[in-house]
Design a binder for this molecule. Sequence first.
Ligand code: KIV
Ligand code: ZN
Length: 389
Amino acid sequence: MNGTKIHIFDTTLRDGEQVPGCKLNTKEKVQLAEKLEALGVDVIEAGFPISSPGDFQSVQEIARIVKNATVCGLSRAVQKDIEAAAEALKPAKRPRIHTGIGTSDSHIKSKFNSTREDILQRAIQCVKWARNFVDDVEFYAEDAGRTDNEYLARVVEAVIAAGATVVNIPDTTGYCLPHQYGEKIAYLMNNVPNIDKAILSCHCHNDLGLATANSIAGAMAGARQIECTINGIGERAGNTSLEEVVMVIQQHKHLGLYTGIDATQLNPMSRLVSDTMRMPVQPNKAIVGANAFSHSSGIHQDGFLKDTSTYEIIAPEEVGAESSKIVLTARSGRSALAYRFLKLGFEFNRNDVDVLYDRFLQVADSKKEVEDADLATLAKSYKAETVHA
Ligand code: KIV
Ligand code: ZN
């Protein structure tokens, strides 16, 4: 692969699983972790070991079975959290402790009733605790999206000096605009003297629908890891969607970036996560939604049938989706109707299609979608009329 690798850090099993109703048991988490590894993710955030005995066990089991990916456990900047994460990660070939603290003034004052100086010391301390157990420590500066850049740069420099290998810059509230988030990463790349000793990570929430755009802006500015979830699930409006960032990077080769993800597994993976978590995917979701490769308006169908590239930038097989669909509604045109008749084995000339199109519109106006059975009825009665005429 040419270019710079973007490490894909999947947090479906941690940030994604925090969604009400999406809780998984150990067996389900292990099954998803195996598939995430096969998909090619670099890091699997398996859970938050101190949060419950069940999650501790899930992280431990995942640490046991994962062969190549790094397995990561979350903790607060609290010694007993870090000890629990270290214990759960013991069987892992590549363990990573993810620890951190809020750095925005809002978090410092309202959550911790503290000061910037004190938070800086606690940040250094938690990285040092974690480094007693593992070589790979990721620090998160929670609410970095709303943290003053100068202070954030001091925190980043200090945690790298304390031994952090990855520094996560979360836009926890999904507040940033893409250029602001990109500038934040660029600021850190340019103003943290020891930045070459660690990599920066993007962790963007989707409260304004900007999580994917912000993560890509971060990667373009020098971040080398993106944290994301399958189907974009996560707290509130969700996290960056894995399938979206992977396909943005794959489509826009001029960015000079690549990932290790096997894109042909994206749709099966999306369905597995949706079924296991009982969390439906919105039909218009990019890459994995039921309508991502459906064409229903006459203008689009006509162009698509002449050349698929007129209305599709990705072929469905590239992302493991079923083949593109020509859906018939009252907004569809004659070419699509003739195409669907042909697929059902009915060949009509132009005049026939003109007559059938008027009848089709009557059916279409009374239904959301015209099905094969409706078309077969139309075709057969038309054939019967024309034979007897
Ligand atoms: O959104 C966030 O800030 C987080 C951290 C715990 C990494 O999920
Ligand atoms: Zn998060």
